[in-house]
Design a protein around this ligand. Structure first.
Ligand SMILES: *[C@@H]1O[C@H](CO)[C@@H](O)[C@H](O)[C@H]1NC(C)=O
Ligand SMILES: *[C@@H]1O[C@H](CO)[C@@H](O)[C@H](O)[C@H]1NC(C)=O
Ligand SMILES: *[C@@H]1O[C@H](CO)[C@@H](O)[C@H](O)[C@H]1NC(C)=O
Length: 356
C-alpha cells in the first residue's frame, strides 16, 4: 500500500488526510452544539451535535479508558530488538521527517500471542517517557482485529509538537498518548483508511454510504468527533468497542445517559462494516494484516566512546556493598537515584532544537 499523504495538525489530536480534513468551527461556550455550520462547511456533520457523555480522547483517567483497561484482555508478547543502525524504511523516514535523530531510537519486533507468526514493530525514542515494554503492553490491549490495520508504532518524546496520529500503517505519537482510549481512536483511522478502504486516497469515512448514515442520525459520537467525519468515524469505533466489551454496553458504563439512540444508525453501520474487528479476544487475520514492504534502512552507527554506560533505564548505581556495575549513562540520560538501593538511567530533560 502506498504511504498516504497527510498534513500534520500540530495542536490537534490526529493527523488528517489533506483531502478529507476540514477544520470546522471552534466550540462556542454559550451553545453546547455549535461545532458545525453546514452552510459554510460542507464537511460538517449535520446538526453539529454529539452524544453525551463525552469520551474525551485526551483524558487518560476518563471512564472509557478505564473500561478498556478493565475489559480488554492483555496479551503476552515477546520483544526482539533490531541491530543498531537498522530501521524499517517507514520508521526511519518518519522519524527523520519529524526532525528527530533516528540514532536516538531503538527498533523492536513485538510478537503477540494473538498473532504468533507476524510481529508488529515499535520504533521508540530513548527519550520517550515510556519504555518499549510499556508501549508493547499498551498496544497489546488493542484487539488483534483493529491492531492488524497498523504495522508499526513510532514513539516520540514529549517535545513532539503533535499528540498522536495514524497514517499509512503507522501510529505516530508521543509516549504520553500511548494509552488505550487514544490508541483505539488512532487504530480507528487505520481501520477507516486501510482495512475498509484499501484503495488510496480514500477512507471509508469519505464514502457517501458513511456520510449519509451520519446525516440520518445528525449526531457525532463525541465533541472531538464533531470536528471531521474521519474523527467521528474513529470515535464511533470507541463507542462500539465499549458497547461490545463492557457488560451492559455503553449503558453499563454510563447508566444515566447512554444516549446511543442518537447515533444508532452509525453504530449499526459500523458494526456491519467493522464490528467483527471491534471485539475482545480476536486473533489476527494475516490476509488483512498491514505489512511493510521489507525495506530496511541501514545507517552507519557512530563509534561510541568506549566508556561503559548502562543502557537506558538500566541500573547505574545501588547499595554500595553489592552494586559493582557501571555508573555512567549514555547520551541523553542521567543517573537518577530512585531509592537508597537502586539508581537508574533516565532520560535527561533535553529540549530539542526543532521545537523552537
Ligand atoms: C479533555 O481532557 C483534557 C485532559 O484532561 C482536558 O484538558 C480537556 O479540556 C478536555 N476536553 C474536553 C472537551 O472536555
Ligand atoms: C523481525 O521480524 C521480521 C519478520 O517480520 C524478521 O524478518 C526479522 O528477522 C525480525 N527481527 C528481529 C530482530 O527479531
Ligand atoms: C438521548 O438522545 C435522545 C435523542 O436526542 C433523547 O430523546 C434522549 O432523551 C436522550 N437520552 C438521555 C438519557 O439523555
Amino acid at each position: 500500500m502506498a504511504f498516504k499523504s497527510l498534513a500534520l495538525a500540530l495542536a490537534a489530536l490526529s493527523f488528517h488526510r489533506v483531502s478529507a480534513f476540514t477544520r470546522l468551527q471552534a466550540r462556542d461556550g454559550n451553545d453546547p452544539y455549535p461545532f458545525c455550520n453546514p452552510a459554510t462547511s460542507p464537511d460538517c456533520i449535520v446538526g453539529g451535535k454529539y452524544v453525551k457523555p463525552d469520551l474525551n480522547i485526551s483524558d487518560e483517567p476518563n471512564a472509557g479508558n478505564q473500561a478498556y483497561l478493565t475489559y480488554l484482555p492483555t496479551h503476552t508478547y515477546t520483544l526482539s530488538q533490531w541491530s543498531a543502525g537498522k530501521y524499517p524504511e517507514e520508521c526511519h523516514r518518519t522519524i527523520a521527517g519529524d526532525g528527530f535523530n533516528p540514532t536516538d531510537f531503538t527498533v523492536h519486533n513485538v510478537t503477540y500471542s494473538d498473532c504468533p507468526s507476524s510481529p508488529w514493530v515499535i520504533c521508540v525514542s530513548r527519550l520517550a517517557n515510556k519504555t518499549p515494554v510499556q508501549i508493547a503492553t499498551e498496544v497489546g490491549r488493542m484487539p488483534a482485529g483493529i491492531r492488524q490495520a497498523t504495522a508499526a508504532y513510532v514513539v516520540y518524546d514529549e517535545n513532539f509538537g503533535g499528540a498522536i496520529g495514524a497514517v499509512g500503517g503507522l501510529i505516530i505519537g508521543k509516549g504520553s498518548y500511548y494509552f488505550p482510549t487514544a490508541l483505539v481512536h488512532e487504530h480507528g483511522h487505520a481501520v477507516d483508511g486501510d482495512l475498509l478502504a484499501p484503495n488510496d486516497p480514500f477512507s471509508y469515512s469519505d464514502s457517501a454510504e458513511w456520510r449519509n448514515t451520519v446525516a440520518l442520525d445528525g449526531y457525532a459520537a463525541t465533541a472531538y468527533g464533531s470536528t471531521a467525519h474521519a474523527e467521528n468515524f474513529a470515535d464511533i469505533g470507541r463507542v462500539v468497542l465499549i458497547n461490545n466489551v463492557v457488560p451492559g454496553g455503553l449503558a453499563g458504563l454510563f447508566p444515566t445517559n447512554p444516549n446511543l439512540t442518537q447515533i444508532a444508525n452509525q453504530v449499526a453501520r459500523f458494526q456491519s462494516k467493522a464490528g467483527s474487528y471491534y471485539q475482545a479476544g480476536t486473533t489476527c487475520d494475516l490476509s488483512k494484516k498491514y505489512r511493510y514492504p521489507s525495506v530496511t534502512v541501514t545507517v552507519p552507527t557512530t563509534t561510541a566512546a568506549p566508556t561503559a554506560t548502562a543502557s537506558p533505564y538500566g541500573q547505574c548505581g545501588g547499595w554500595p556493598a553489592t552494586y559493582t556495575g557501571v555508573s555512567a549513562c549514555g547520551a541523553g540520560y542521567s543517573c537518577t537515584t530512585l531509592n537508597p538501593h537502586y539508581a537508574q538511567c533516565t532520560p535527561a530533560p533535553v529540549r530539542r532544537s526543532f521545537m523552537a
